[in-house]
Design a protein around this ligand. Structure first.
Ligand SMILES: CC(C)(COP(=O)(O)OP(=O)(O)OC[C@H]1O[C@@H](n2cnc3c(N)ncnc32)[C@H](O)[C@@H]1OP(=O)(O)O)[C@@H](O)C(=O)NCCC(=O)NCCS
Length: 189
């Protein structure tokens, strides 16, 4: 099921996993690749493709995208059903006019309504954008639950941020205890 918000010309669509056509996914991928530049690798898009997509368009032109993928994060013996936010991007020619805010408003609603925790791994330049929205940098150790068992996933380039909802309890995260993600192809965070 999709939900729509229609302003004067700007449309927001929240598309369930599998609802976007291949053509719509290709358009979204092109937007995200162009906004991120060369650092965006093939599996970076694959990480978001099965999620719930938030797409913002104007006059039929895609202007912004985010997807929320279901993952499980573990901390201190507790499993957190997590909305992992991927592929947040605003068309290069339309940044700085509130579309990033709008696409994240919807992505965070998906997190709040369907998950107990939000998480993402931001590029350094976007950390202040998320921090201003209440996303909190994770400063403790990270691990991943891989087919070979638990592995240390420390990477100096990671900027992992958490979006704590009321059901995930703000005080429940201790940086002395590792945050553990589930396994996936490519970058684990
Ligand atoms: C990061 C990005 C999504 C922000 O979208 P945007 O449409 O430019 O942002 P908005 O116009 O909605 O800005 C919302 C607020 O965030 C602030 N903001 C936007 N980008 C920011 C940044 N990189 N650092 C700090 N603040 C930022 C704005 O000043 C604005 O603040 P205000 O509410 O006080 O006015 C967009 O710049 C982008 O697509 N960048 C390239 C891809 C990328 O880095 N994606 C995020 C990957 S994790």
């Amino acid at each position: 099921m999709s939900s729509w918000h229609s302003g004067s010309v700007t449309k927001v669509r929240v598309a369930e996993s599998g609802e976007l056509s291949q053509g719509q996914l290709d358009t979204a991928e092109a937007l995200v690749r162009s906004a991120f530049g060369d650092g965006f690798r093939p599996h970076d898009w694959l990480h978001g493709v099965d999620g719930v997509h938030v797409v913002i368009s104007d006059g039929g032109v895609l202007l912004a995208h985010a997807s929320v993928v279901t993952r499980t994060l573990r901390h201190d013996g507790r499993d957190f059903d997590t909305g992992y936010v991927e592929a947040v991007a605003v068309h290069e020619g339309h940044q700085g006019r509130g579309l990033g805010r709008l696409v994240m408003d919807y992505a965070e609603s998906v997190v709040r309504e369907r998950h107990v925790l939000g998480a993402l791994n931001a590029v350094q330049s976007a950390v202040p954008f998320y921090a201003a929205r209440g996303w909190v940098p994770w400063e403790g150790p990270t691990r991943a639950d891989t087919p070979e068992g638990l592995v240390d996933t420390y990477d100096a380039a990671d900027r992992i941020l958490l979006f704590v909802t009321s059901s995930s309890e703000r005080d429940g995260f201790s940086k002395g205890v590792p945050l553990i993600c589930d396994w996936r192809e490519g970058d684990l965070w």
